[in-house]
Design a protein around this ligand. Structure first.
Ligand SMILES: C[S@@+](CC[C@H](N)C(=O)[O-])C[C@H]1O[C@@H](n2cnc3c(N)ncnc32)[C@H](O)[C@@H]1O
Length: 281
């Protein structure tokens, strides 16, 4: 009797932090943007980066490897996430690890050492649902900057953004910071609830792996949807001198952002747009 050949199991990586880093984060483009913007404003490179809501500190670690003069500070409340970052990302830095400091605390409680650039990405500051709390964060962020310093935030908006929706994207295979090969998978972004009275905005990230496994609600967020004018006003109230707005260009052929962020004084609203706000101290 001939044996039926066994179907080869498709290898997968189930660790949500690896999947998050591969699908959500784009540390190199974010750092390219910060370097270009800082140089245009101050005519020199910057060296000391702070990553707020750093989670696994992927951005800070990437910054350390870019230049041996670079230093970084990462701040996050969550011990287990920081521990994962230490084991998988920081350990891969080798001796360069000395140039990175990770602090487990509320971002509103840390304003030293002063840095050149603070980045708070992937809309993490939307965790502050009250005006007073977000203002407190912006004031602390400003105090934590050197005189020639800037805060970089990302945000999104558009006519189709404040509503329930689902979006799915195929993520190609890639290699992580510590050399782990992550086979391709699907990333799903669900905007589960938007309350127009409070601005409460509940979102989830789901992952679907090649072997059929679904990681539902791998990450969930209970945010407030902050609009660009509200954030701008709060940054000015916190004492920032000048705010610049950058949004991406839409490529009709790709039906996606072309990844180019231009400075805007005004722009036509779209279904969904993504942007950076840069606040100079
Ligand atoms: C969406 S993740 C950001 C991960 C990653 N840095 C990125 O840019 O994609 C949000 C992180 O914020 C942290 N966090 C939430 N509230 C915080 C607070 N008040 N102070 C510091 N970290 C906070 C959480 O522990 C979580 O790791």
């Amino acid at each position: 009797m001939s044996k039926k050949p066994k179907k080869k199991k498709r290898s997968v990586v189930r660790d949500p932090h690896y999947l998050y880093e591969c699908s959500v984060q784009s540390t190199d483009p974010d750092l390219d943007f910060a370097e270009k913007t800082f140089r245009r404003r101050f005519g020199r490179p910057f060296r000391h980066l702070r990553e707020d809501f750093c989670g696994t500190a992927a951005l800070a670690c990437t910054w350390i490897l870019r230049d041996e003069a670079n230093r970084a500070l990462g701040v996050d409340l969550d011990g287990p996430t920081l521990a994962w970052g230490r084991e998988h990302n920081v350990a891969a830095l080798g001796e360069a690890e000395d140039r990175l400091e990770l602090v487990q605390d509320d971002v509103r409680a840390v304003s030293r050492p002063r840095v050149d650039v603070t980045m708070a990405l992937n809309f993490s500051y939307w965790i502050f649902t009250e005006r007073a709390a977000l203002l407190d964060y912006f004031r602390t962020a400003r105090r934590g900057l050197k005189p020639d310093g800037m805060l970089v935030l990302d945000l999104f908006g558009g006519t189709e953004s404040m509503m329930e929706s689902e979006e799915s994207r195929k993520i190609d295979a890639s290699v992580t910071f510590d050399g782990t090969r992550v086979p391709g998978f699907r990333y799903e972004w669900e905007q589960a609830r938007y309350d127009p009275i409070t601005g409460a905005f509940v979102c989830h990230i789901h992952f679907k792996l090649r072997d059929g496994t679904k990681l539902r609600k791998a990450f969930s967020y209970e945010w407030r949807f902050w609009t660009l004018p509200e954030i701008r006003e709060l940054l000015l109230e916190a004492g920032f001198e000048e705010i610049e707005v950058y949004t991406d260009d839409w490529d009709d052929f790709l039906d996606d952002s072309n990844g180019v962020y231009r400075r805007r004084k005004t722009f036509d609203n779209e279904g969904v747009w993504v942007g950076y706000l840069v606040a100079f101290r």
